[in-house]
Design a protein around this ligand. Structure first.
Ligand code: CTP
Length: 406
């Protein structure tokens, strides 16, 4: 049975006939270099883009597209049965259609039918094909059955055109797969969550701003883990220099005002909102249109105005009964002193359901891959999350969010 004993996790990497097949080489390397045993199953036409020797050399395993080779080993059944994970990247419109309808004309589609392990599909195709009602229906069918279909990224496609349809960054597809292999629950399937990440910038003039030290790592970990738990994710990113998490729709913003507009808009269609962004509390009252020169005499003091509290506003709107409002609203609080007392007071003041309170300093929080926190709940519950990767904190938070969704 798959996954028993100390053996390496067995991954089937299906490759469809799309130009993004070359990116699957990097995905393959990420798996093999982190101790996974990978069997590559390209479709016949995928081999037009990347040939069999490349897959065989990189995986160290035989590569075939057909069910008629090594028939004595019954590969059309055995490969799927033995897998701990099947991931198809890129998954073409054709593969989605075949998978949705249970066709089994080659080794990859047979493998998809015989696999009892989690299946992750990373579609990549032209926007028109992705948006076609036939593809939409196939994706909906597959998701209903429990297949994790990662929304493609938006950006430059094969030709001069741009739009949704790009294969996400292989490192990000790998992270989703790792989460699935680690047994992440699918408790956010069918849910839409909004995550804000990064730190806002408030313009002083066209070249200067008031900012903060947030890297966006925690918010991106939240988005990534939510995708792996099956959610549709809108990630509102303020000034983050990280690759887009696979499957998340990324809205880029700069200032607190822009972040507010993007979050409030997305929140209307969301089941849960997590405000992980570090939002500037103040902004210069008037940003100068031209660069402030040092030759213009003594500097003027920068006068500040208060920014709206977006988290409190979301909670107020919900309390006032505005519909639609997210069912669960969570915030973060970075504190330096009296961490728990300040956190509890902040939770009550803002009116959110959950507040992740972390102590800043001591090498934690800003710009580090690790975090440690206490998650406070409106009912009085407190969950301590020991120091560990930001994904772990994210997973604990999503568990608490999912438990509060009807
Ligand atoms: N937040 C927000 N809008 C703001 C400021 C903060 O939505 N203008 C959100 C943050 O995203 C975070 C939470 O509120 O989820 C707490 O942020 P924090 O800066 O710790 O709280 P403040 O209310 O600004 O309190 P403090 O006086 O400690 O700065």
């Amino acid at each position: 049975m798959a996954g028993e004993g100390p053996s390496r996790p067995r991954v089937v990497l299906g490759v469809g006939a799309g130009i993004a097949a070359y990116k699957a080489c990097e995905l393959l390397r990420l798996f093999t270099e982190s101790g996974h045993e990978v069997r590559v199953v390209p479709t016949r036409d995928a081999l037009r883009f990347v040939g069999e020797p490349t897959w065989a050399a990189l995986s160290g395993s035989p590569v075939t597209s057909e069910v008629w080779e090594s028939v004595h080993e019954v590969p059309h059944v055995r490969i799927g049965q033995a897998a701990d994970l099947v991931v198809v990247a890129p998954a073409t419109a054709d593969i989605l259609a075949k998978a949705a309808h249970g066709l089994a004309g080659d080794l990859l589609t047979n493998t998809l039918l015989t696999a009892r392990c989690p299946v992750v599909l990373a579609p990549a195709m032209h926007t028109e094909m992705w948006e076609h009602p036939a593809t939409r229906a196939n994706v909906a069918t597959l998701r209903e059955r429990g297949t994790l279909v990662i929304d493609p990224a938006v950006g430059r496609l094969t030709g001069a055109d741009t739009g949704p349809g790009r294969l996400p960054d292989p490192r990000e597809i790998f992270e989703v797969c790792r989460g699935v292999l680690a047994g992440r629950p699918r408790d956010l399937a069918g849910r839409h969550v909004v995550v804000s990440a990064g730190g806002t910038r408030e313009a002083i003039d066209p070249v200067r701003y008031i900012g903060n030290r947030s890297s966006g790592l925690q918010g991106y970990a939240l988005a990534r883990t939510a995708v792996a738990r099956g959610a549709r994710v809108t990630l509102v990113a303020a000034n983050v220099a990280l690759p887009d998490p696979a499957g998340a729709a990324v809205v880029r913003v700069e200032s607190a005002a822009e972040l507010r507009t993007a979050v409030l808009e997305a929140a209307e269609r969301a089941d849960a909102v997590v405000m992980a962004a570090a939002v500037a509390d103040f902004r210069p009252i008037a940003a100068s249109d031209s660069k402030i020169k040092k030759t213009s005499g003594e500097p003027e003091p920068i006068r500040l105005a208060k920014n709206p509290d977006i988290l409190a506003e979301l909670c107020d709107r919900r309390r006032e009964g505005r519909k639609p409002s997210p069912e669960v609203i969570a915030g973060f609080a970075a504190e330096t002193d009296d961490v728990l007392a300040n956190g509890r007071a902040k939770l009550e003041r803002k009116g959110c359901d959950l507040l992740v309170v972390n102590q800043v300093g001591g090498g934690l929080a800003f710009g580090t891959p690790d975090n440690a926190a206490v998650i406070l709940a409106a009912g009085g519950e407190a969950v301590e999350v020991p120091r560990g990767p930001k994904e772990e904190l994210a997973d604990t938070l999503w568990g608490l969010v999912a438990a509060r969704l009807f």
